[in-house]
Design a protein around this ligand. Structure first.
Ligand code: GLN
Length: 198
């Protein structure tokens, strides 16, 4: 299976390690230019800084072809900054410019909404639809999911708050499974993507 990791900025090596651990047979591609998107069966959008990623997506010429690949149904797992880029709507951040988004998931998110004093924390996440009752959620200056639109489906909760969702094979998480040693979410996503390409 040919699996890409958007490699412009962010925690790219951690995603590569997580994917290899979840499926040692996967062929990994670091996506830095439009040609790297060819024949991908799944793509990971890493965490990092969404404003920088959006800028580099435009500079690299990836913005439009990546949008087209997403519209064509390329399965994607987006964490944190990646989810921001896939959100259909952003609630404005006070006093700071927000990036443009590619969209693709019917959700409104607000960047950096957990407050400065708690920029990073760990908390248990539940993903009942994936059969995962408890997952170590690593949240780093995470966006908050403010409203889930009707086309998207929540899949992850921390307490009563939605922290992950999917719209078909576009999955978005506000936390970072690649920063824990637990590969269940990565494996579940790869299995769903594989089922589509077979
Ligand atoms: N705060 C970052 C942003 O707005 C996201 C943080 C992350 O990806 N861990 O892009």
């Amino acid at each position: 299976m040919k699996v890409g990791v958007l490699g412009l900025q962010g925690d790219v090596p951690e995603h590569r390690r997580a994917i290899t651990a979840a499926d040692p047979t996967a062929t990994l591609v670091t996506v830095r230019s439009p040609a790297d998107l060819a024949s991908l069966e799944a793509l990971f959008l890493p965490g990092g800084e969404s404003t920088t990623m959006a800028r580099l997506l435009k500079l690299s010429g990836l913005w439009t072809p990546l949008g087209a690949a997403l519209s064509a149904g390329l399965p994607v797992l987006a964490t944190c900054a990646g989810l921001i880029l896939l959100s259909d709507r952003l609630e404005p951040t006070e006093g700071a410019p927000d990036p443009p988004t590619l969209g693709g998931i019917d959700v409104t998110v607000k960047r950096n909404d957990y407050g400065r004093q708690r920029e990073s924390f760990e908390a248990t996440v539940r993903l009942p639809e994936l059969g995962i009752p408890a997952f170590p959620g690593v949240f780093i200056r995470a966006p908050r999911i403010r409203r889930v639109g009707p086309a998207a489906e929540p899949i992850a909760w921390q307490g009563t708050e939605v922290v992950g969702l999917r719209q078909g094979l576009r999955w978005g998480l506000t936390f970072h499974p690649e920063l824990s040693d637990d590969r269940r979410i990565t494996r579940a996503f790869l299995a769903a993507a594989r089922a589509r390409s077979q």
